[in-house]
Design a protein around this ligand. Sequence first.
Ligand code: CU
Length: 259
Amino acid sequence: MLLALFIGIVTLVTTAGVVTRRFWLPAGINQHAAAFDSWLGIVIAILGIAFLGAQIALAWVIWRHRDRGQRAVYWDGSPKFEVFSIAIVTVLFLGASVGGARLWTGVHMSDQPAALRIEVLAKQFAWNFRYAGPDGRFGRTKLDLRNDATGNPFGIDDTDPVAADDVSNAALRVPAGQLIELRLNAQDVIHSFFVRELRLKQDAVPGMEIPLRFIAAKPGTYEIACAELCGLGHHQMRSVLIVLPPAEFTAWLAQSKNP
Ligand SMILES: [Cu+2]
């Protein structure tokens, strides 16, 4: 009886939190985020109805068959009902993935040329970002030059003239309203680049260079979190995405130099 009441209360609080948007993501900062939110809203509404139905049924069964001193009975279940529920779940899951696929491919598979490419190096437990500088070309790097103590996490080779204007930074600065392409790489284990306001999450895998494209329309500072449990210091692995008006970004890039 008490258990049925408890389930009812937890269900109500959870549902109310989502319906009133108290448990929700922070406001998005681009078109993708808006499209993602409306799709997420549909999926959450469908799942929410299923969740409510299942929890109410559970509470009802617990209350209806509570111990009143009667003999326990055993029920074999109903194959028809099971097949029916599996069919419904299958349709919902396939529908959700087909419906969401367009949104996903729009972000990840577009062949529009990016205005700016930035290399991202994830490692235990920090993020580093590398810009090609005003010449638009990334210079040579060497693994044995990688050194955090000297401020050169990418191992940029200063003897290469192309590398002279390369910029590496622990924060990610991007110009607002332009298509950015990150090239994600990991030095040690799998990490995951996650910015809630962009509604984007992508693993960074050692030995792979994974592209991730986005446009950040609204200037501001947003948290970058590592979304893959990557070791003891995982909770400290964060940085910031700073979205700047394009002119400010160009000025920042021009005055920053390879350390
Ligand atoms: Cu990590």
